[in-house]
Design a protein around this ligand. Structure first.
Ligand code: ADP
Ligand code: MG
Length: 510
């Protein structure tokens, strides 16, 4: 069958213990030298939070994974359409409001986000620009019945998506290992026969943020402009963010400050024009005006309490350009993806005018179903509660960051313990069937070799203005990629959540 032509190979080869040791040491030294690292956990499992805590190699594959070239190119090429799509959804308050209306009674997190929008709207928004930094995640779908592999979207991330600052380093590492002949000859020749494409994710994400900063325009307040990164109190993936911060500073010459979500109210205030003014704790006399607020926190309900809800409202009221705004955050919920991806859904055409573009985006959808009382929802409920049929599906709540989904056979029993009134908060999605392949993952000094599943993320940046007629897109770019690879024994894929590892693509023709 077709699947064998791509993946049934001896790649990567078995390594001798000496080769393993040599590769692991070379990887470790390279990653420390180049900052392809995460903060290590302390002995009790908590992330270290002090500046002096240690960093170590991020979980990573020893070899680049083979990936079908045409799937890769298609995913890159449609990113600007996805950017426009989600900019349009986030700006269509009426449509989004109807989605929220269904979820708000059973999901207080979504209800509260919408409430912030309504509060700011009542007062009047003072910023009509929005910036989206997206990562659209895909798997290669290659069931036996299909002649060629295609890509199917797992989800799109609009808030706090990670690893744009580290991904290019993985390509550099794998290229380095190949060029210094650290791989056995059979692996080198496979890699030479394919190609390791450049990955410009850091520079392009930074270009998007820098354009946003520039679009904010000069300040009449005479305060220097700055960019603020809203961060979690404890962040292991800090070096991914640092690569972006340092590069953003080089590009803009504006200070990029890290501000914990919990401390927003302490260190910022709004002036009479609702400019967001920031004073760094180390120099409380200095005042900066914030052009851009880039969230790397605040995507999950467990990060919210009275103080952080107020902080989120405060930031939304401000003149700073938000990445993401509250409306964009709402557009990123899986419910929106499901509405677009339900078979025969008419909704996509509302947001993407060009028919060819619609078709290409639609081709990346895996079928998704609601779990409400609509006709499609009744179909979803029937499939999810049938033990045989449920095996082909994953059930997802409106949550991010890994560890929330219910897979296959576990779905019917899970639903038995959820009151039916809560079912509309879930979406049901057909499982994507990636082809079998192998790799070796280095995690916490240990090497695991075996079957793996790859997930490709494509970055997109889009800056747009809301107008009375709709939206005016000012800048729209595909911004490089991320490959995450996990053991095929795990359904979940998150690197931070402890399942996945960073990887790079070796493109091959099928
Ligand atoms: P999260 O917001 O938690 O990242 P995802 O939708 O990305 O949620 O799902 C988490 C993981 O579950 C993915 O990284 C992927 O490994 C797996 N997964 C999700 N949906 C599918 C699917 N339709 N087919 C196969 N695997 C999936
Ligand atoms: Mg995900």
């Amino acid at each position: 069958m077709a699947a064998t032509s791509l993946y049934q190979s001896s790649y990567p080869p078995q390594l001798t213990p000496e080769q393993q040791e040599y590769l692991a040491t070379t990887v470790h030294e390279w990653t420390i030298t180049n900052g392809l690292v995460v903060r290590l956990r302390s002995a009790n499992g908590a992330a270290e939070d002090s500046e002096t805590s240690h960093a170590g190699t991020i979980p990573i594959t020893l070899f680049p994974s083979r990936f079908p070239a045409d799937c890769f190119l298609e995913a890159l090429e449609i990113q600007t359409a996805y950017n426009r799509l989600y900019a349009a959804v986030a700006s269509d308050e009426e449509w989004l409001g109807r989605v929220v209306q269904e979820l708000a009674p059973i999901d207080s997190f979504i209800a509260k986000l919408w409430e912030i929008h309504e509060t700011v709207k009542a007062e009047g928004y003072v910023q009509d620009l929005s910036f989206g930094l997206f990562r659209s995640d895909y798997m290669v779908h290659y069931p036996e019945t299909q002649e060629r592999p295609t890509i199917k979207q797992v989800e799109i991330n609009v808030n706090s998506a990670a690893f744009g600052g580290l991904a290019p380093q993985v390509t550099s590492l794998h290229r380095y290992l190949n060029s210094v002949n650290a791989y056995p000859e059979s692996a080198s020749s496979t890699i030479r026969a394919g190609s390791l494409p450049p990955n410009p994710s850091t520079e392009r994400i930074v270009a998007g943020l820098a354009a946003t900063h520039a679009a904010y325009g000069p300040s009449p307040s005479n305060h220097p402009l700055c960019i603020v990164l809203i961060v979690q109190d404890i962040e292991r993936n800090v070096f991914d963010q640092k690569h972006l911060e340092l590069s953003l500073f080089s590009e803009t010459k504006a200070n990029v400050f890290r501000l914990p979500f919990t401390q927003v109210l302490q260190h910022t205030r709004l002036d009479t024009e609702r400019r967001l003014l920031y004073s760094p704790p180390a120099f409380p006399d200095r005042i900066y005006e914030v052009s851009t607020v880039y969230f790397r926190a605040g995507q999950s309900p467990d990060e919210y309490n009275e103080v952080t809800w107020e902080a989120r409202t405060h930031l939304e009221r401000s003149r700073a350009i938000k990445c993401p705004s509250v409306l964009l955050h709402l557009a990123g919920f899986k419910k929106v993806q499901q509405i677009l991806a339900t078979p025969d859904s008419p909704h996509l055409a509302r947001f993407l005018a060009a028919e060819r573009e619609c078709e290409r985006v639609r081709a990346t959808f895996a079928p998704m179903y609601p779990m409400d009382m609509s006709l499609d929802g009744l179909k979803g409920r029937e499939m999810a509660t049938n033990p045989e049929i449920a095996k082909r599906f994953v059930l997802k709540p409106q949550r991010e960051a890994g560890g929330n989904n219910i897979y296959r056979g576990a779905i019917p029993a899970f639903l038995q313990n959820v009151p039916e009134s809560q079912w509309p908060g879930y979406v049901l999605m057909e499982m994507i069937e990636p082809p079998a392949q192998r790799n070796a993952i280095l995690r916490d000094g240990e090497l695991q070799s075996g079957g793996v599943i790859c997930e490709l993320g494509v970055w997109g940046t889009v800056l747009w203005r809301r107008t009375d007629q709709g939206i005016e897109v000012l800048k729209n770019d595909e911004a490089g990629y991320l490959l995450r690879t996990k053991s095929d024994q795990s359904e979940e894929g998150g690197v931070a959540a402890g399942f996945g590892s960073l990887d790079s693509v070796c493109l091959v023709d099928v």
